[in-house]
Every structure is written in structure tokens, then in C-alpha cells.
Design a protein around this ligand. Structure first.
Ligand SMILES: Cc1ncc(C[n+]2csc(CCOP(=O)(O)OP(=O)(O)O)c2C)c(N)n1
Length: 322
């Protein structure tokens, strides 16, 4: 089902929010206000937004080390996200998790994860739980082409297909795992082809076209809800930034390759599409939307700065389950 003009405007706002949030996170990380490490999703926003727009709030997702976009697309609170990056007590993990551990069960965001491939088996358990509960829920995993070579990928897809779990596996194929080209680690260009080996559909989609991602995800989600089992959805996309925001981080990717993908930036692609629809959108509206987003980002930084650091004696609180 094609996205309505209202939904398209919502998607544009979501993508621009991810972009602005991460630009600020990167600046503040390099400026020393944010600790730990920051991996930016900039350039890949259409994947998280297209997929999450096809979900209900009660559906569950899991993310990886590059998780800000998935959190925002699922409806996470910017203030608590920024406070977490700043390491403050009002952050999602009370300031002790940082960029790679943001979770919000209340909106079906089961968490980012610093272990490459770590989310695949966890969220497959969430799919099994939804099936047992019979509540019509769907579980979604976002992971990279690098993670598609982890053992957990094969184990998870095999069991999910065998048991017809209500799942969507979203491979964000950006052609690089840290600084290693997928050409060195994948004999086939398409990860989706592996789906046949497990007995599930494998679909390749332009991951920079949010409307194409949305339509493919909508179909896969309907299939999962109908009890027909999981789908592997491979989204071809690209990150605009180096693997991490660390100053001086090595980036071996060819400049021509980066430039070609930046020409297909998913945000202008959707904005231009909206503008071409008579009376649907204008440059002024985009500017007004961006101003509101920038104000929300500023507010999130003020919220973070006003929050204290956790007390040293709280270091072990919430670490162990009781
Ligand atoms: C088990 C494990 N091995 C290695 C790493 C180091 N590492 C962090 S991100 C990354 C690359 C992941 O690539 P991919 O899954 O394609 O995701 P992308 O960064 O491209 O979004 C690696 C090797 C890790 N965090 N966990």
C-alpha cells in the first residue's frame, strides 16, 4: 500500500530528526561532552523510518551499534536519548549505557547492542514470544552486512523460518563492516539470496528510497501477522560518515563511492518527491520543519546538560537482574 502524503511528511520529519540529532551528537562527541563512542546512521535514515512506519507501537524492534535512527524511528524520546549520550542520570540507562545501549520497552525498542550479530537471536526470542502470546505482534531485527556473516544470523533465520515466527530481518547493506569491504567477505552481492536456504522470501530494495522500503516492509509485516513466517529484507544503502565519529578515524572507502551515494541522499529524495506532488510541499515548509527539529535538538541538549552525572556509588545499580 503506498504511503499517504501525510505519512510521507511524517517520514521526512523523522529522517530529518535522525540527521540533526546525529549531527549534534557527532559535534558534541568531538567536543568532549559525549563519552564512549558514537556511530552515525547518517545516510541510512530511510531504512529505519520506512520499516518502522510499517509497524505498530506494540511491535518490537532490536538494533545494533548504529542505533540512534532505529530508536528515533520507533518513537524514542530525544531528551532521554541525548541525556544517555551525555552520560546523565535522566538518560535511558541512567547514563551508564551510552550510545550503544539505548532501549525503551514501552515503545517496543528492545535495545541497541554493541555485539555485532547480538540482536539477531534476542529478537528471534521476541518473535517466538509474540507467536506464543498470539497477540499479532511482529518482531524486527536491524543488522548490517557484517552481521550477516555471524553464526547468530544463520541460527536465527533457520529457527524463525522453521517455526514460522512473525519476524522481519532487515539487513542494512552499506557494503562495509567497519573498514572491511563486503567484496572481501561475501561471495554473493546480495545477502537476500541466502533466504532461499532457510525457506523464507528474500527481498532486495533500494534502502535510500523510503517509500520503497515502506512498501516492502508493509508486505513483509502483513505476511508475518498472517502467520506465514519471516522475511529477509535487504536494503541497499550507505553511511555518509566513517565507521565511528572518532576524530582521525580511518576511512578506506573510495571518495568516488561516497560521493555517488551522497548524490542519492534519502532526505532530498523524499523532499523532492513531495515537492513534485502538486500543492503537497514547499521549500518553506521544509525550512519550518527543520527549524522545529533544530529547536527540539537544542532542547534535548539543554535537558542533558541540566541532568547530573550518576553518583559513583550507583555504579553497580541495575547491572544485575534480581
Ligand atoms: C562480535 C563483535 N565483533 C566485532 C566487533 C567490532 N565491530 C563493531 S561494528 C563492526 C562492523 C559491523 O558491520 P555491519 O554489521 O555491516 O554494520 P555497520 O557498521 O556497517 O552498520 C565491527 C566489526 C563487535 N562490536 N562485536
Amino acid at each position: 500500500m503506498p504511503a499517504s502524503p501525510e505519512l510521507q511528511r511524517h517520514m521526512l520529519r523523522q529522517m530529518q530528526t535522525i540527521r540533526r540529532f546525529e549531527e549534534r551528537a557527532s559535534d558534541d562527541y568531538r567536543g568532549g561532552a559525549i563519552y564512549g563512542v558514537v556511530h552515525c546512521y547518517i545516510g541510512e535514515e530511510a531504512v529505519a523510518v520506512g520499516v518502522c512506519s510499517a509497524l505498530k507501537e506494540t511491535d518490537q524492534i532490536i538494533s545494533n551499534h548504529r542505533g540512534h535512527g532505529h530508536c528515533i524511528a520507533k518513537g524514542a524520546d530525544l531528551n532521554r536519548m541525548m541525556a544517555e549520550l551525555y552520560g546523565r542520570v535522566d538518560g535511558y540507562c541512567k547514563g551508564k549505557g551510552g550510545s550503544m545501549h539505548i532501549a525503551d520497552f514501552s515503545i517496543g525498542m528492545l535495545g541497541a547492542n554493541g555485539i555485532v550479530g547480538g540482536g539477531l537471536s534476542i529478537v528471534t526470542g521476541a518473535g517466538l514470544a509474540a507467536q506464543i502470546a498470539g497477540d499479532g505482534g511482529v518482531a524486527v531485527c536491524f543488522f548490517g552486512d557484517g552481521a550477516s556473516n555471524a553464526g547468530s544470523f544463520h541460527e536465527s533465520l533457520n529457527i524463525a523460518a522453521s517455526w514460522k515466527l512473525p519476524m522481519l530481518y532487515v539487513c542494512e547493506h552499506n557494503s562495509w563492516a567497519a573498514n572491511t569491504s563486503a567484496q572481501k567477505t561475501h561471495a554473493e552481492d546480495d545477502v537476500a539470496g541466502r533466504a532461499a536456504g532457510y525457506g523464507m522470501p528474500g527481498v532486495v530494495v533500494d534502502g535510500n528510497d523510503v517509500l520503497a522500503v515502506y512498501e516492502a516492509a508493509t508486505e513483509a509485516v502483513a505476511r508475518a501477522r498472517a502467520g506465514e513466517g519471516p522475511t529477509l529484507l535487504e536494503c541497499k544503502t550507505y553511511r555518509h560518515r566513517a565507521h565511528t565519529e572518532r576524530a582521525g578515524a580511518v576511512d578506506p572507502r573510495p571518495v568516488e563511492e561516497i560521493a555517488a551515494w551522497m548524490e542519492r541522499d534519502p532526505i532530498p529524495l523524499l523532499a523532492d518527491h513531495l515537492k513534485q506532488q502538486q500543492g503537497q510541499f514547499s521549500g518553506e515548509e521544509f525550512q519550518a520543519m527543520d527549524d522545529e527539529i533544530m529547536a527540539a535538538i537544542e532542547a534535548s541538549v539543554a535537558f542533558a546538560e541540566a541532568s547530573p552525572f550518576p553518583a559513583p556509588e550507583a555504579a553497580l545499580d541495575d547491572v544485575f537482574a534480581e
